[in-house]
Design a protein around this ligand. Sequence first.
Ligand SMILES: [Zn+2]
Ligand SMILES: [Zn+2]
Length: 386
Amino acid sequence: MKSRLRRFQELSAGQEDIFRQLSSDIWSRPELGLQEHYACQRQVELLREFGFEVESPFAGLDTAFRARWGSGGPVFAFASEYDALPKIDHGCGHNLIATAALLAARLTQQILQESGLPGQVFVLGTPGEESMGGKVLMLREDCLAGVDAVMMVHPNWRSCRDTGSTAINRVNVEYFGKAAHAAGSPEQGINALDAVIMLFNSVSFWRQQLPESSRIHGIIEHGGVRPNIIPDYASCYFFLRSPENEVLEQMNLRFADMIEAAAKMSGCSYKSSPGAQPYKARKPNLPMNEHYAAAMQALGMKLTETKSGRGSSDFGDFSQLRPGIHPYFSISDSEIPGHSEQFCAAANSELGFKNMLAAALSMADVAYTYLTEPQFRQEVQADFEK
Ligand SMILES: [Zn+2]
Ligand SMILES: [Zn+2]
């Protein structure tokens, strides 16, 4: 591994400016999910220059792409993300995700060319990660067809293995009652806010009986207009999460009962609807995770041991269908929150770029090992099927 990483370092040093420019170009022109036309085009052009065959639009999305290079052997895919957030631009650092994916693909291509071994490298441009579930939408068009294993890296304040993420379901709940004067003729009203409050109370009692790893959190979006009007409309928005897809399915059924029960108790009618794309739990592949960690450490990166992840990402759906990992690399010397202005600044810092290089080299090493060592491939597959 050491000598291969040294070769990756040489190859990467010779073209560092191309990737530095790519990262800062995407960072300087933040685009919201599914509108990332500039970032998509920029990557498509670069991949074509590298000799990849690129399709875009891809899998039903205008700002998605699939780039392919190589022949014979297994297929390893790198997932790229490039959407920004409202107000805080690249506060999730997806410019570095895209750059790492393209650099890793380029290095894997170059080392395969040098070795003359068979194997194929794909880059999947997956837009709209932030709440829109671009990968889930792309899976409807079978975007992983032909792919054997898939990987991406995400910036964080620290470097660590993929610790998994939770499956998520997002639910909008609306209650419909009847307005009346709250003091003059309350007996004629049906209070929709009561239903919302009863739902929150049901959830609070339920929480004690949920597995420690489950999460349910909500907000009241509409709770009435004035205290002297019995609210005829009230609504709330809930996220339900679990690291186990089956547990989340059970939670969804129970939550649906609670929504209905609150409607009955208050005399309201109700409507519940999905708030955003549900995501599956992320299932990190152990041999790929350990290989990434070993490569990062060999490159002098310090890895932190962390508890299992409680956030959610659309890579979860990819990891349920193919062996895959979504580990992290540090872009800061101290703890900074994700989705913040500090995180946005760190995503365009020299430290962020340098550490991204280590992550991209480590990804390329995972890919090359997967493509060229049948033993490693078997271990990856066995862990996936477990
Ligand atoms: Zn994010
Ligand atoms: Zn992100």
